[in-house]
Design a binder for this molecule. Structure first.
Ligand SMILES: Nc1ncnc2c1ncn2[C@@H]1O[C@H](COP(=O)(O)OP(=O)(O)OP(=O)(O)O)[C@@H](O)[C@H]1O
Length: 782
């Protein structure tokens, strides 16, 4: 007898549920209310979320008028998830309707553009600010703030001490104007705005202190300085009809403040699923919470994330402690699902990753609590969201799991940890190990993960012959990205040629030359304050950095001697570009000449390059979808740990795990040390974040009272260092959990202190977790 349609749908729902693993199934069974889903790496959270979304659409009979809102972090994740939900709906015999998948900003823009007046954004006349524009705008704000608030500026100029010497004053002015204050403005504006704080609230946070002061010396009113910069920024944005990403969300929130419009949106939205919830900001959470609110005042909100993979919180406003808090709250109500089974890695890799999170949580403690076990005094209870990791072990999947080749057999012992004498030995060992892998698997999928691009560059230089030697392709991701830096670098050099006597232009050109390792890194403020003297020193002048001076005057000579068409080529070769970068430079030259029309002057060239840099994304020559390139078989991909998030490889190498690389240390650039042992940007970010943690209650909007929540500069710096250390260990965790069959780690005994000078080796201790992992695995210490 044929099944009745309703019964048939029910059967199909069951079938879909049964294709999920236990944690995913718990997601799939969600019918309403708040749910936290904490997923370990490789747990299949996209798979679970796509199934849960399709099941919800089917059960609730969602449609064009009432639908589920799914929010992801990037546009490519949006496309992937949409395709998966559509495929599930097709299997249920349903049309691809009843849901929307958006990035958070896409969703905000959709709401704001539907009610422009209310949002306060006239989208016909305003433009989203481009990164280069933002850079320039911030520089303008700094100049205006300096003119508007001489007493506070003076206080910064004087720093911790000042003997009144003129050259030093000029140097400090240059550092403050071109580095410290732009950095402070950039950090604070994003941090405050994405938490819903305006300049006035920053000022009241600055005042709301009971413990203000700097025990070792003078304290600066950093948040008041920051609020002044923020005021200038808002004024500039408005006067130029620009908006930033935060304005989109603020616009959407203004729409939802209107009771009728809020009702309109809440009536349409059945519920909200949020992916990568560990990376959201208070403002984003507020938007989703409002949309998810039901007629009864509950919330249909599923937030999915992995707090242990929160690796953006020290350089963006993302803050995992809010998601951690949400998980805690849901757990106490029995509304937490742990997706803790993962099929990606072999058992040994999971064991090492698990071991690491326990080790770190035991030893990396918030300021004021001492370090390491063996602490004789009893430790106070630390709230879980303050700890570096959520204690969630990765477990293998059950027998019969639907994922093909889940928890694969290891290659050899699965995890290898080495401590070679030098970084050159590390490379020789990698080469040897890759040779052995290729002997067993001629088309291996391999990655080498690095902490910073310079390490990748160094590896690529030394492993360049892998293809001829072993027949595997070498693909350095940073190299590809560097090509998109080509326009900016050449533009900066051309600006210098056009205005050699401008301190700003000279400083920017010197920074480019140092980045390209054409001159030694140094404090360029001292060189750039008097360009004439630096470029053409008189017989009595003390020569400042002769190699940099020689190179700069060579460039200036080329400007006089070469035709314009050849000048960019000459600049490109002066920057020691590799082949791909030279090809990109060629493409750039063609585009710039086209833009210049018939005009052939340096000024026109500068303008054309400036337009290319600020108005469009100049694609490097390789235009294939990058992510599909990273995981090709028969390839060794060199990639940073940050970029590797979300990806995996059969064989993963993580060399250079010295303690100065991970967890590294917070440091104050030498040129900024006159202000004290901290950086203004980090202190301000931490003061804001700490303040918010003390007073923010989810779903209750922002508070008016900030009494007694301001950390002193020293406290804020210590707290920032703790957060940074925690995040570095999470980054290492992301790196370890990329491996499927083999994880190869090494910490060299002699390694560079600074990777800008990789040839200068010093004794370095290993990342502190390495000896513990060696012991855990009972590996020989070699
Ligand atoms: N229930 C399942 N049935 C079959 N395959 C599955 C299942 N769950 C996950 N997988 C497979 O496991 C792999 C990882 O899944 P998915 O991409 O959903 O993971 P993720 O948790 O989003 O990854 P990440 O750790 O990068 O966040 C994919 O190849 C997916 O096809």
């Amino acid at each position: 007898m044929p099944l009745k349609p309703a019964a048939a749908l029910d059967d199909r729902l069951q079938l879909l549920l049964h294709r999920l693993r236990p944690g995913q199934r718990a997601m799939g069974e969600w019918i309403g209310g708040e749910l936290a889903v904490s997923a370990v790496p490789g747990a299949g959270k996209s798979t679970g979320m796509a199934a849960a979304a399709a099941l919800t659409v089917a059960r609730q009979r969602l449609n064009l008028r009432r639908y589920l809102v799914v929010v992801t972090f990037t546009r490519s994740a949006t496309n992937n998830l949409k395709a998966k939900i559509c495929a599930n709906l097709a299997q249920l015999g349903l049309p691809p309707l009843g849901f929307s998948v958006n990035t958070l900003h896409g969703l905000a823009l959709q709401i704001a553009s539907r009610h422009r007046d209310r949002a306060g954004l006239d989208l016909d006349t305003v433009t989203l600010i481009a990164p280069n524009q933002s850079h320039r705008l911030i520089r303008t704000c700094v100049d205006r703030w300096i003119a508007a608030d001489p007493p506070l500026y003076q206080q910064l100029l004087e720093g911790q001490s000042f003997d009144g010497e003129e050259a030093e004053r000029l140097r400090r002015q240059s550092v403050l104007r071109t580095e410290i204050l732009p950095d402070l403005a950039h950090t604070v504006i994003r941090e405050a705005k994405s938490s819903g704080l305006g300049p006035e609230q920053l000022r009241s946070l600055a005042l709301g202190s009971s413990s203000y002061g700097h025990p070792q010396g003078r304290s600066y009113d950093i948040l008041t300085v920051a609020a002044g910069l923020y005021d200038q920024y808002q004024t500039q944005l408005q006067s130029q009809n620009l908006i930033d990403y935060e304005d989109m969300i603020l616009g959407a929130l203004r729409v939802l403040e209107d009771p009728a419009l809020r009702q309109f949106w809440q009536d349409q939205v059945f519920g909200v699923f949020e992916d990568e919830a560990q990376d959201s900001t208070p403002l984003q959470s507020e938007l989703l919470e409002i949309l998810a609110t039901t007629a009864e005042g509950d919330r249909n909100l599923v937030r999915v994330g992995d707090p242990n993979q929160a690796i953006n919180s020290t350089f963006t406003p993302a803050d995992p402690s809010f998601f951690q808090g949400f998980c805690q709250r849901c757990q106490s109500q029995g509304r937490l699902v742990e997706l803790d089974q993962a099929g990606r890695s072999t058992a040994q890799v999971m064991a090492v990753a698990n071991q690491m999170i326990h080790w770190v949580n035991d030893r990396v403690l918030p300021p004021g609590l001492g370090t390491g076990p063996g602490r004789d005094r009893p430790q106070p209870q630390i709230s879980p969201e303050r700890l570096p990791f959520r204690l969630q072990d990765i477990r293998p999947v059950d027998p019969g799991d639907p994922q093909a080749d889940a928890n694969p057999a290891p290659l050899g012992v699965g995890v290898e940890i080495l401590q070679p004498p030098t970084i050159d030995h590390s490379i020789a060992l990698i080469r040897q190990r890759i040779g052995a892998i290729v002997a067993q698997d001629p088309e291996p999928q391999i990655a080498i993960l690095v902490r910073e691009n310079r390490q990748g560059q160094f590896l690529a230089q030394h492993l360049g012959d892998l293809e001829t030697e072993l027949g595997v392709r070498l693909y350095e991701v940073g190299q590809q990205q560097r090509q998109s830096h080509v326009p900016r670098e050449l533009w900066q050099l051309v600006q210098f040629l056009q205005r050699p006597h401008s301190p700003d232009a000279l400083k920017a050109a010197l920074a480019v030359l140092a980045d390209r390792q054409r001159i030694a890194p140094q404090d360029f403020n001292a060189l750039a304050i008097a360009p004439e003297q630096f470029l053409y020193p008189g017989p009595l002048d003390r020569p400042l950095s002769p190699p940099a001076q020689r190179l700069c005057t060579q460039l200036l000579r080329a400007r006089l001697e070469l035709p314009l068409g050849d000048l960019l080529g000459f600049l490109a070769s002066s920057l020691a570009y590799g082949q791909g970068e030279l090809a990109t430079a060629d493409k750039l030259i063609d585009q710039a000449l086209q833009r210049m029309g018939g005009e052939r002057s340096l000024e026109a060239l500068e303008r054309a390059l400036g337009e290319i840099v600020s108005s469009e994304r100049f694609d490097p020559v390789d235009t294939e979808d990058p992510e599909s390139l990273y995981g090709r078989k028969g390839q060794v991909t060199i990639i940073t740990m940050h970029k590797a998030k979300g990806l995996d490889w059969d064989y993963v190498f993580v060399p250079f795990l010295q303690a100065n690389v991970i967890p590294g240390q917070m440091w104050v650039p030498q040129q900024a040390q006159f202000l004290g042992d901290f950086t203004l940007g980090e202190v301000a970010r931490t003061q804001i974040r700490h303040g918010l943690h003390q007073v923010y209650r989810p779903g209750e909007g922002l508070p008016q009272q900030w009494e007694g929540v301001l950390l002193s500069e020293t406290q804020a710096w210590e707290e920032a260092a703790y957060r940074k250390r925690s995040e570095e260990y999470r980054l290492l965790y992301v790196a370890l959990t990329r491996a499927k069959k083999l994880l190869w780690l090494s910490a060299a005994q002699q390694a560079p202190f600074n990777w800008k000078k990789p040839e200068k080796l010093d004794r370095q201790s290993p990342c502190p977790v390495i000896p513990a992992l060696i012991q855990h695995l009972s590996l020989p210490r070699s």
